[in-house]
Design a protein around this ligand. Structure first.
Ligand code: GLU
Length: 555
């Protein structure tokens, strides 16, 4: 036991400059050996005396002694937060999973959840991650999305190793539909849609439901050949008209749309509804696990009918709770309209919640990954927290973001009462090895303050220019020494830039642009994220003859 105590005392001493704290040692010993807890009263004096002995040794001897006893204790155990998902059920070797977006625009933050969860599992178990473009609604396709979505996934670090486009696969859907008709599991319905729905509500079949197979097939040929107008006929998969959940009763599998498709033009007019194409593809592509939101629960039930009719093995389905993402624009149609109207600059407009906008703002893909993994697979609905995401992002970018001063709407002051003013500030307070920003102000010792700070300076008559000196109000201002203790007596420290500052624009999340100046050392900054002191983190978007353009990330 004495050895155990000595080990922990040595470790505590080594970590704390040669002086172990007996209380901390007691905690360690009892924490590591719970069976000693009952004897705490007897052990404490022993711990105190051993700690005293250890403290008398000096750091060098302590380190040596600990090395000899147990060198593993010399390494500080880091308390890293673990981000881990629960195991999937019924994994048998490798998995096949998929991300199945509709190509109506680039991905937005909502899509990143399903993308990251699937990617995490395929990385864990090995197997295939399928990217499947679900482009079976010709009215909701943006042709650029076929390129933008893979770019967004790549930025997210999501690796898909198989890609399919549903509009390439229409003949397959038609063949399976024919089979369903032949087996009596589907019908071509020419009823009025509202009437059909009313009957369904009552659990009753429409007149088309029980027509003989030959009639169904005849109608189907006519359907595919364009013999019906849009809306005059649909192919319906039979389920159970008495199903307690009316949403699961017979569902539409194919409909007619005569809007040209961006990929296939007018080659096809019969368009599969998602439940048909998704079920067929999930089977054909060998999905083992399907992760989707709870909003798809009824779809899962419908799709299971198709699996049963064909006798296919179903994937394991998981439905996570819905997420409400506040304070951002996600709807593709709205973003598209605003771009067309010239209100938004593009898909990466910072007011939107697209992946592109997040990237542009300096959100790191790793932060999104941590966020969604931590949110996990729970079935309760959740509220997305921007602050939560920002805090994870901050952990990632803080160590790589050098510090700079930015002043918005600059106001000039010259400083009198001294010849030359010198000062310096670390590029990063936790990384002195990166060096300093050094300042040397010669006559007329010009500084620029943000308009707001200038007002405050006028009111309070004294400010501290951070990392430089104190000044008293006046035109010119008056040098007032370099005593930092003024801060304790109510003087405010503010950011400033010198005469060599560069022009800068800071794009804020509401789309407003702050014009200002940033200190000149930013020009040689290599990282694209920085921290503008007292303002927040920002991503450097552009450096050119006009100055620096930055995008605000978060505080
Ligand atoms: N395209 C559908 C969606 O993105 C497919 C989802 C699914 O089948 O899980 O909502």
């Amino acid at each position: 036991m004495e050895d155990t105590i000595r080990k922990f005392a040595l470790q505590n001493a080594v970590f704390f400059k040669g002086k172990a704290n007996p209380k901390a040692v007691v905690g360690k010993v009892l924490g590591g050996c719970p069976e000693l807890r009952a004897r705490a009263g007897e052990i404490t004096p022993l711990i105190n005396s051993i700690t005293e002995e250890v403290n008398a040794m000096g750091l060098e001897a302590q380190t040596k002694a600990l090395q000899e006893m147990d060198s593993s204790l010399l390494v500080k155990e880091k308390k890293e937060r673990k981000y881990e998902l629960p195991e999937l059920k019924n994994v048998d070797g490798k998995v096949v999973m998929r991300i199945a977006p509709g190509p109506s625009g680039p991905l937005h933050i909502g899509h990143t959840r399903v993308s990251i969860l699937n990617d995490e599992y395929v990385k864990r178990y090995g197997g295939d991650l399928v990217l499947r473009f679900e482009d079976t609604n010709p009215e909701k396709i943006d042709p650029d999305a076929y390129d933008m979505i893979p770019e967004d996934l790549e930025w997210l670090g999501v690796k898909c190793n198989r890609t399919y486009i549903q509009s390439d696969r229409f003949p397959l859907y038609y063949d399976y539909t024919r089979k369903l008709l032949e087996d009596g599991h589907a019908y071509v319905c020419t009823c009025n849609a509202d009437h059909w729905r009313e009957l369904k509500e009552k659990g009753m079949p429409c007149p088309c439901h029980d027509l003989p197979v030959e009639d169904q097939l005849e109608r189907y040929d006519k359907f595919l050949a364009g013999g019906y107008a849009d809306g005059d006929a649909v192919v319906v998969v039979k389920t159970d008209l008495k199903h307690p959940n009316p949403a699961v009763r017979d569902f539409v599998a194919l409909r007619l749309v005569r809007t040209p498709h961006p990929k296939t033009g007018d080659k096809y007019i019969a368009y599969p509804m998602m439940n048909l194409s998704v079920a067929i593809d999930d089977h054909e592509m060998g999905m083992t696990h399907v992760i989707r939101g709870k909003d798809h629960l009824n779809n899962t039930h419908r799709q299971e009918y198709i699996f049963d009719y064909f006798g296919w093995k179903k994937p394991e389905y998981f439905h996570y709770g819905l997420v409400n993402i506040p304070d951002t624009v996600l709807k593709t149609s709205i973003i598209k309209q605003e771009i067309r109207d010239g209100e938004y600059s593009g898909w990466d407009d910072v007011r939107t919640g697209t992946v592109r906008a997040l990237e542009r703002r300096g959100i790191r893909p790793e932060a999104l990954r941590r966020y969604w993994v931590e949110a996990g697979m729970k079935s309760v609905d959740i509220q997305f927290s921007w602050d939560g995401l920002y805090s994870m992002n901050r952990d990632i970018i803080d160590p790589v973001s050098d510090r700079f001063f930015f002043v918005a709407d600059p106001v000039r002051y010259d400083i009198d009462g001294i010849d030359i003013i010198e000062g310096s500030a670390p590029l990063h307070p936790d990384h002195p090895e990166r060096g300093d920003r050094t300042y040397r102000l010669e006559a007329p010792r010009t500084v620029f303050l943000a308009a707001e700070d200038s007002k405050m300076f006028y009111d309070s008559k004294k400010v501290r220019l951070k990392d430089l000196c104190n000044i008293d109000y006046g035109l010119p201002a008056k040098y007032a020494g370099n005593d930092v203790s003024v801060l304790r007596h109510g003087t405010k420290a503010i950011q400033w830039v010198g005469a060599d500052a560069v022009k800068a624009k800071l794009l804020m999340p509401d789309g407003e642009v702050q014009n200002g100046l940033v200190e000149s050392s930013i020009v040689s900054e290599k990282s694209d994220t920085v921290q503008l002191e007292r303002i927040g983190f920002a991503r450097i978007e552009k450096k050119d003859a006009d100055g620096i353009t930055m995008v605000f990330t978060h505080r």
